[in-house]
Design a protein around this ligand. Sequence first.
Ligand code: NAD
Ligand code: DAU
Length: 341
Amino acid sequence: MAISHILVTGGCGFIGANFVRFVLEQRPGIRVTNLDALTYSGNPDNLAELAGHPGYRFVHGDVRDRGLIDGLLSDCDAVVHMAAESHVDRSIQDSTPFISTNVSGTQTMLDAVRSCGRPIRLLYVSTDEVYGSLPLDRPDIQFREDTPLAPNSPYAASKAAGDLLCRAYHHTFGLDIVTTRCSNNFGPFQFPEKVIPLFVTNLIEGHQVPLYGDGRNVRDWLHVLDHCEAVLAVLDRGRRGEVYNIGGNNERSNLELTRAILSIMGRSEEMIRRVPDRLGHDLRYAIDATKIGRELGWRPTRSQWPDALEQTVRWYTGNEAWWRRVKSGAYREYYARQYGG
Ligand code: NAD
Ligand code: DAU
């Protein structure tokens, strides 16, 4: 049965806003309800142009509000649950909101789907961080869907808890659940606490970029629209109860990434400020995305390096009003706590 009305949670965040826009563009006639609590990273400006769109509705609310969710599920046929506390460094400062939203919030969503009395597919947007860390000297190893979960940060542990709750609700109650585990996303509308928008906007402001530790840590970078396309493919055609890895096959060390940004922006390595390492910093993430390619025919097409990075850098240089508003107020306090000064 074709999906006609999706409840997206966290649609005012980075991936959520790109996903809501992507779905409405790709599926004329579909309806999307976006439930978002508008935490520090939720920004209604990200979807400002959708005001008045006949297929779009925004609901300001919390995924832990069971009564609200029950009401919203009454005419939806699918849920894409991506609302979360998403930043590793914040989870190291204080894990409380991570456990509350990422674990209890996911449980609330699952209980609501379980008791709504109609078959609703729920897609849980998990992360590759649930697998833990890979060694730098074993490029032959990647995360597969059957790699044991070994989360290392409070953020990753909270996402793994949500991921395992999804597995349990499928197994115990037969709920129609699919899970995606994606690598690091980049693209427009990313909150400038994450490394790419942080570094680009710091450079525009004339500040140095704080590189953690020796910069050898590796991430697998995927353009956010490739992620959105993969999520939609899994929502449409993924097998019930299955997990699908999503990755860009695009591993870069943080130093390599930093140098690429400096080069695009015409800055020298003097702009790098070496800062103490993140506690428990995962060394390397690498995704084996064979399964989604084989079963659903998905492959990344928008993550070409360095062109896609350059386009992203240009988006931030061209949208200064957006990030200047975001990078003010309470964010300044977080930045000072994290980096000092
Ligand atoms: P983000 O921080 O930019 O957005 C999170 C959104 O969730 C915000 O709009 C926020 O207001 C909302 N939210 C937070 N708590 C809420 C609550 N209690 N109720 C309702 N809404 C709430 O995060 P993001 O980078 O867009 O990540 C989205 C999802 O994708 C997360 O689940 C994250 O774990 C996952 N993910 C992210 C990446 C990445 O590289 N960014 C990669 C893989 C998976
Ligand atoms: O892998 C998927 C995950 O990617 C998602 O689940 C998370 O929600 C998302 O935040 C992201 O987590 P990371 O911790 O990998 O992303 P972040 O942008 O915070 O950091 C990327 C790398 O850059 C990491 O190795 C730490 C490093 N870094 C980060 C910051 C913020 C720095 O060197 N300096 C910094 O100031």
